[in-house]
Design a protein around this ligand. Structure first.
Ligand SMILES: Cc1cc2nc3c(=O)[nH]c(=O)nc-3n(C[C@H](O)[C@H](O)[C@H](O)COP(=O)(O)O)c2cc1C
Ligand code: SF4
Length: 416
């Protein structure tokens, strides 16, 4: 093991649930005080910390904020995205349940930085404990002087509320979340216009993941240098992983950014389940790419993982062992995407079903080389063909599996 466990967001002492007094007694509120004293410094601090979005795309947080700051409007919205419905991702519900105040404080700091004045905790209704903790936490902030201080600093009415999402996977996509909050079915919308220009009720809207906002609180409290030092080597801060699959100790781990995949799986995760041999990991969840044995020493940070043609995504890590059929597993994931497609875009609606059909044929030993070529072509044709990135995610996992495990696909063919 090369790293020390350096927990910030999951530190035991701040797991106080909805108790705001306990949060404030354990160092909470200090980031917000700093933000109130120097709101103009916040964006620079977040930029210097190199914070990136933890909801999947890893987009620089400060830049996303600047898009909303550039818009003139009386009302601006922040959606704190806690929809979390993708298989293998289960970190945000834990944060909401155990430490909702660090997320709300992050949202209030974001308000001071960007001028957003309507803060919405958008939570999956299936996560009952997270919803309950968030509701109780919000009620306490409403009557706290710090909340009033933020409203006064903004000079506009400040609202903070919990909104229950549809609980559907597609509801986590940014424009689908907006549709939901406006009262409709979570249909993603065509972009542009982007949410920063035309979001909820046509107003500028920022959307950040639950974990992203939690990091904001600690960065503004302790500063970017402190955040840098948490990471390994050139990497900054920490990252929460949802570790699952064939490991001895699946669970939620917060580790220094830059921890190796090997340490995550074999040290923190306790290694492989008895008698099993590591085969691969679905990195960043099923809408992402695979890393294999050759990648075990990769540092888990945005750039190192990208250099392996993969992505950190949400930090979901689904480990599979030798004996797990890649074709079968990818078929299951494609089925999830096909079932989750909202159906607005024919290439997504029909394409994901078609991929699933062909994969199943190959997996059950009825496929031919021409069908493998068909999969390959669909993998080239479909990216970018939908209104949202659901179809891209489905194709990413397909393409990655073809790239890394072509021999296994070929072994299933009748005419191999
Ligand atoms: C189909 C689909 C589902 C998504 N679900 C979630 C989700 O549950 N939570 C989330 O934070 N982001 C989700 N995203 C990404 C969001 O659209 C958005 O990029 C993210 O919330 C931005 O936050 P960040 O910049 O802090 O990462 C999803 C994207 C797609 C295409
Ligand atoms: S790409 Fe798929 S999920 Fe996204 S809007 Fe189109 S049909 Fe709906």
């Amino acid at each position: 093991m090369t790293n020390q466990l350096n927990q910030v967001l999951l530190r035991q002492e701040i797991q106080v649930g909805a108790n705001l007094d306990a949060w404030l007694a354990n160092g909470g509120g200090a980031g917000l005080q700093n933000a109130l004293e120097a709101p103009e410094a916040i964006v620079k601090t977040i930029e210097a910390a190199d914070l990136r979005g933890m909801g999947g795309a890893g987009f620089p947080t400060f830049r996303k904020w600047q898009f909303v700051m550039a818009e003139q409007a009386e009302d601006k919205y922040l959606i704190c995205n806690g929809n979390e419905d993708e298989p293998g991702t289960f970190k945000d519900r834990l944060l909401l349940e155990k430490t909702p105040h660090q997320i709300i404080e992050g949202a209030l700091i974001t308000a001071l930085a960007t001028g957003v004045n309507h803060l919405i905790l958008y939570i999956n209704p299936h996560q009952n404990k997270a919803v309950e903790a968030a509701r109780q936490a919000v009620a306490q902030w409403h009557v706290h002087p710090l909340f009033t201080a933020v409203a006064e600093a903004l000079g506009r009415p400040l609202t903070l509320r919990v909104f229950l999402s549809s609980g559907l996977y597609i509801g986590g996509e940014e424009t689908a979340a907006i549709s939901s909050i406006e009262g409709g079915f979570p249909f993603p919308k065509q972009k542009p216009p982007y949410p920063a220009q035309h979001g909820i009720h046509g107003q500028p809207t920022l959307i950040n993941n639950v974990e992203t906002l939690a990091h904001v609180t600690h960065i503004v409290n302790h500063g970017p240098e402190w955040y840098h030092d948490l990471g390994v080597g050139q990497a900054h801060g920490t990252k929460i992983y949802s570790l699952s699959g064939d490991v001895l100790r699946p669970g939620v781990y917060e580790l220094p950014m830059g921890t190796s995949l090997r340490d995550l799986v074999f040290e923190y995760g306790g290694g492989m389940l008895a008698g099993k041999e590591f085969k691969a990991v679905f990195t960043g969840g099923p809408s992402n790419t695979l890393l294999t044995k050759e990648d075990l020493d990769v540092a888990l940070d945005w750039d190192s993982v990208r250099a392996r043609r993969s992505r950190l995504g949400t930090g979901a890590m689904i480990v599979i062992s030798v004996g797990t059929g890649i074709v079968k597993r990818v078929t299951e994931y494609i089925d999830f995407f096909a079932d989750s497609s909202c159906g607005q875009c024919p290439p997504c609606k029909i394409g994901t079903r078609q991929i699933s059909k062909v994969l199943r044929k190959i997996d059950t030993g009825r496929g031919r080389r021409a069908e493998l070529d068909h999969l390959y072509n669909l993998g080239k044709l479909l990216p970018g063909s939908g209104r949202c990135a659901l179809v891209d995610g489905a194709v990413t996992v397909l393409n990655s599996s073809l790239d890394k495990f072509m021999a296994e696909y070929e072994a299933h063919l009748i005419d191999r």
